[in-house]
Design a protein around this ligand. Structure first.
Ligand code: SIN
Ligand code: CO
Length: 388
């Protein structure tokens, strides 16, 4: 994707301009980011998904049994039949993993790393429906799918911002409105992390949230050090072979800190392990049970492809690749593989994985490492046959 071509999605800004001026900084309203936008899913289909065990869904009722009542799915038909006329919202997470036409929307966001994308959440609201004024710690593109939603944006927040006392929902106690817009189908609003926002349905409306993910510093530290510690033998310890006689045996001297800092720096600075951990962490699937493998041999795989079978990325799998020296690392659903540099184009093809078929794979299937890789990814469940 050329970063200097103006994009309708970004209201005529180029990806480079958008990233420079708006991304993680300030909101951007784009009228008709998608012209003649037709929602690929309707409210009934969304409600249907919320009946499924494997799909994460929530209902927020402004005037339920208590103010801002949160109900968690899966739901049943009766739950929907007994909802009031207005002031409620049904939210369904990761619809892109279940509806391919929704996943296709993500193609428009390819100017950002795919491993930064979390999911496409879709909400359906009755008139007046809202989840209350709040902030998220993530970037989000809010695309109006159907009906009209009024969006207000407010102040920048942080973990000190006052919230209503509520066991499950993080609703802001104070909202200092700065701007307000009504979004029609095809309009889109980008919000940076921590900006207060408050969306209220003006009629029956569907809103798509393309949400991003960024690990917290606390997550990076705990998960990376956990990962690192697997490689550290027990005998590797704080050591002070350079110790000098102490003047007060009860004092912790700063030379002890220097030794600790050196120990930390040695391991924390291991770029290869950091990359391996990060790739694995960022490709961990949201629903691991949806990444189920297929026990097939290399011969069976080639037979199927020769008979016209097409492989695609499992919509629940996450894929990414990187370079280490002359080699490559492929990350697939939380696992990593070190591969020789000549497989670079295969890795790119696999990560894009719109359709892998005998024509674009033929050369790679003749390569021992290439063939084994494709087969392992099918066995692991990151790739699957399109018609299954
Ligand atoms: C919604 O779609 O109702 C809420 C989305 C959000 O504010 O994050
Ligand atoms: Co939000």
């Amino acid at each position: 994707m050329n970063p200097d071509i103006p994009l309708q999605l970004l209201g005529g800004l180029t990806a480079r301009e958008f990233l420079r001026d708006y991304w993680q900084k300030k909101p951007l309203l784009v009228r008709q980011a998608f012209t003649d936008f037709e929602s690929p899913i309707d409210p009934d289909e969304l409600a249907g998904l919320a009946l499924e065990e494997e799909v994460e869904s929530r209902l927020v009722l402004e005037h339920g049994e208590r103010p801002w009542e949160l109900r968690r799915g899966p739901f049943n038909e009766d739950d929907f039949a007994t909802l009031p006329e207005r002031d409620w919202t049904l939210l369904v997470q990761a619809v892109d993993q279940f509806v391919p036409e929704v996943a296709e929307l993500l193609e428009n966001f390819r100017f950002l790393p795919s491993w930064r994308i979390d999911d496409v959440m879709i909400s359906y609201a009755a008139p007046g429906g809202s989840v209350g004024p709040h902030f998220d710690n993530y970037d989000v593109f809010l695309l109006q799918g159907h009906g009209t939603r009024n969006w207000k944006v407010g102040q920048m927040c942080n973990s000190e911002s006052k919230l209503l006392e509520h066991a499950d929902l993080r609703i802001l106690a104070e909202f200092e409105q700065t701007e307000e817009w009504s979004l029609e189908p095809g309009d889109m609003l980008y919000l940076p992390p921590r900006l207060a926002h408050f969306g209220v349905a003006e009629d029956n409306c569907l809103t798509y949230s393309v949400g991003f993910r960024a690990p917290s510093a606390a997550e990076v530290l705990t998960h990376f050090t956990d990962f690192l510690s697997q490689f550290l033998p027990d005998e590797e310890r704080y050591s002070d072979a350079d110790a000098q006689p102490v003047s007060d045996p009860h004092q912790i001297q700063h030379d002890a800190l220097d030794r600790l800092k050196a120990l930390l720096a040695e391991h924390m600075g291991d770029e290869r392990l950091l990359l391996t951990w990060f790739g694995q962490f960022m490709t961990e699937p949201r629903y691991p049970e949806q990444v189920a493998g297929d026990e097939l041999s290399e011969e069976e795989l080639i037979d199927s492809l020769e008979q016209g079978a097409i492989l695609i990325r499992n919509p629940s799998a996450r894929l990414a690749w990187s370079e280490v020296d002359d080699n490559l690392l492929l990350f697939a659903s939380g696992q990593s593989r070190l591969l020789p540099g000549h497989l670079r184009d295969l890795l790119k093809l696999i990560c894009a994985a719109d359709a892998l078929h005998i024509e674009n794979l033929v050369e790679w299937l003749r390569d021992d490492e290439g063939r084994t890789l494709v087969c392992q990814l099918v066995q692991q469940g990151s790739l699957g046959f399109a018609n299954e």
